[in-house]
Design a protein around this ligand. Structure first.
Ligand code: FAD
Length: 395
């Protein structure tokens, strides 16, 4: 079998790279072993223009956020078109509909991505979901006030009535809006694109075994696949072994609870130290931690206790815990992604290191790498792994 690009991994990075390659007319095959606790499967799917304790504007926000918003819509449309006649899910509502039934009709089981009797215009992967940022302390409120006047002004707004959330949350210092923010239904995206690739015979649902990879002068051979290039989009696996192991990763673990909360509107993301994010099926995702000193990738009792205590202290509605998930984020020391080609093996590439911002960054930089493959356009130097040529030459 012959292909242009072999991609290892179908998380956010592998999904977007294979999507853009396909849009550019470049054929590819993806190898992915489906695992329940990958970073993309566990993520809340938020695109947030202002993050962190210091309310810093997301890196390249003005460029990458509008790009991502359009890209997820485009992927939803492509998934819809590919399955025209077969029926698809109805996606999730907008505006008022979104408040009422968000995720319920459109939420899908893994094996039921395209049920047989609906034909909507698109599969809605992304929707506007602004953040209500409850101030934890007077200092946080002051920061918000200052930042709202300064550079982040376009992303920080005041509500008309700061008491409006009193029926849902306990808070004393008011809140502001971070907007526009978005939420992406990553489960539907992963499952939909996986199903599409499988039907196109472009996905090998198996573990990639590095011992079977052979580097050829102008390409690679893997089992019976001959490819011009291979790109590793294998998340944290790249840190454990392989061509890019020496890159400065700084992995960290995150956990979340999946909750049923009666009476809480699901048209906003709520933040008060931790976050509550609407989740498919009408549920909520509550998280998270950024733990650099983890000993395993499993959900921990300590997190569950801490999160339940937090929920009890802030939430005025009863909740029940349906699931508890954990994954390791493929973060980097510089907080910038890794894209590009190995200095000694130009047929071997990487797309990785999206850290806490994969939902925002993966569409943009996957498109850049795809264009680099299709049209030899250059990569942004700050993400290009050429910057680590010396380190990588040691491997
Ligand atoms: C708790 C938590 C919350 C998060 N919330 C957000 C958020 O709200 N917004 C945001 O932007 N980001 C968020 N992130 C970060 C985001 O999830 C990551 O940036 C992104 O998912 C990384 O995608 P990836 O494709 O690089 O890796 P992954 O999602 O890990 O994908 C790698 C894929 O490669 C496959 N693979 C690996 N090795 C092999 C092999 N040998 N053979 C075959 N397949 C293999 C894996 O099975 C997997 O499918 C969150 C992360 C966590 C953990």
């Amino acid at each position: 079998m012959q292909t242009s690009v072999l991609i290892v991994g179908q998380g956010l990075c592998g999904t977007w790279l294979s999507f853009w390659l396909q849009q550019m007319g470049i054929d590819c095959i993806v190898i992915d072993e489906e695992r329940p606790n990958t970073s993309t499967r566990v993520a809340s799917g938020v695109i947030n223009p202002v993050t962190g304790r210091r309310m810093t504007r997301t890196w390249m926000a003005d460029e990458v956020i509008p790009f991502a918003a359009k890209a997820y819509e485009e992927l939803g449309r492509v998934l819809r078109t590919k399955y025209e006649g077969r029926g698809t899910n109805e996606g999730r509502g907008q505006g008022q509909e979104q408040e009422q039934g968000r995720g319920q009709e459109g939420s899908l089981n893994k094996n039921d991505v395209f049920p047989a009797n609906h034909q909507p215009a698109t599969i809605q992967l992304i929707q506007r979901c602004d953040i209500i940022d409850f101030f934890n302390s007077p200092d946080r409120r002051k920061d918000f006030e200052e930042k709202a006047k300064q550079y982040a002004a376009e992303y920080l707004q005041w509500p008309q009535d700061e008491a409006a959330m009193q029926q849902h949350f306990r808070y004393e210092l008011g809140y502001g809006f971070i907007a526009p923010a978005y939420q992406v239904d990553l489960q539907t995206m992963l499952d939909g694109w996986r199903q599409y690739l499988l039907q196109q015979q472009q996905l090998l649902a198996q573990r990639f075994d590095a011992s079977q990879l052979q580097l050829l002068p102008n390409g690679v051979q893997y089992q019976d696949i001959r490819a011009d290039k291979i790109v590793f989009a294998d998340g944290i696996a790249a840190h454990a072994a392989g061509f890019f192991q020496l890159l400065p990763f700084a992995l960290n673990k995150g956990e979340a609870l999946i909750l049923q909360i009666e009476g809480l509107p699901n048209n906003h993301i709520y933040k008060k130290g931790n976050s509550l994010t609407p989740w498919r099926g009408g549920y909520f995702w509550a998280g998270s931690t950024y733990n650099n000193h983890y000993t395993n990738d499993q959900p921990s009792e300590a997190f569950r206790q801490q999160m339940e205590a937090w929920l009890q202290s802030v939430l005025k509605h009863p909740f029940s815990v349906l699931d508890h998930v954990a994954a390791i984020r493929p973060a980097t020391v510089e907080r910038r992604p890794f894209a590009g080609w190995h200095p000694q093996h130009p047929q071997v590439g990487i797309l990785n290191g999206t850290g806490t911002k994969g939902v925002t960054l993966a569409p943009y930089f996957a498109q850049q790498l795809a264009a680099n493959i299709a049209q030899q356009t250059s990569l942004l130097p700050v993400v290009d792994v050429a910057r680590f040529a010396r380190v990588l030459s040691r491997s």
